[in-house]
Design a protein around this ligand. Structure first.
Ligand code: BTN
Length: 236
């Protein structure tokens, strides 16, 4: 199977590049950049990072049965990153449903899923590797691997290792079961309290169902939320 890798020193956004060029790329293409001038996060937020201090890349998937999983693919993406961090000796790693990676409760990586199903999907990933500090206001406190471990990361070998880990996870025969069972032991929200809706009703996060929908207990009711409804509940 052909897997293409492209790297830029500077680009507007690796995900925007794929959006413009997906028809001419092979079914799996990793596009990375040392710097993004217009990096994008979820909910129209910007994704800012210092040149060379982060791993910024997007993976295109097209013409492949994996597309049938749709937004569920944020799970194997998050699991690949979390497992790889643990393999590299990072402690305190968890996944905040549906697509943030935390170290000791601070965000180290984010995932942005875009595309047009059934044609193609773009999985955009930003991981803070060596950034020594973060300026500005953030909804969740950010961190980097350097800040958490005191060790500088070799961006290029981290990238090679992670790309391989992602392909292995995605192409596993039992990908779904395997990722769900890993997630259950690394679920940042599990057991935490949250608010739902404008009137801020309080409830408890109960984990996820077999399709990676979030379960939230509100009084006697259990709400099931899809990844598109992530902003419906806030953590207390
Ligand atoms: C989030 O909001 O947590 C998701 C952030 C995703 C950022 C990555 S960096 C590489 C790719 N290109 C972008 O413009 N965004 C994604």
């Amino acid at each position: 199977m052909e897997i293409k890798e492209l790297h830029f020193e500077e680009i507007d956004s690796t995900s925007s590049f794929i959006k413009r060029n997906w028809t001419s790329l092979p079914p799996f293409a990793f596009v990375s950049s040392s710097f993004q001038k217009e990096g994008r996060g979820r909910n129209d937020r910007k994704w800012l990072s210092e040149k060379g201090s982060s791993l910024l890349f997007s993976l295109l998937i097209k013409d492949h049965p994996l597309l049938n999983y749709g937004p569920f693919l944020s799970l194997p993406s998050a699991v690949s990153i979390s497992k790889f961090l643990e393999k590299e000796g990072v402690e305190g790693v968890s996944i905040k449903w549906p697509n943030d990676i935390y170290i000791h409760g601070k965000k180290v990586a984010g995932i942005l899923l875009e595309g047009s199903l059934p044609d193609y999907l773009i999985i955009g990933i930003g991981i803070n590797l060596n950034q020594p500090s973060f300026e500005g206001e953030y909804r969740r406190p950010p961190t980097s691997i350097f800040l958490e471990t005191g060790k500088k990361v070799d961006v290029s070998s981290f990238k090679d290792g992670l790309f391989q880990a992602i392909m292995e996870t995605f192409l596993k025969e039992d990908m779904k079961e395997c990722c769900l069972s890993y997630f259950k032991t690394h679920d940042f929200l599990l057991g935490k309290r949250g608010y739902q809706g404008k009137d801020k009703k309080e409830g408890t996060f109960l984990g996820v169902d077999k399709d990676f929908n979030l379960l939230f207990k509100l009084g006697n009711e259990i709400l099931t939320l899809s990844s598109g409804e992530v902003s419906a509940i806030e953590i207390i």
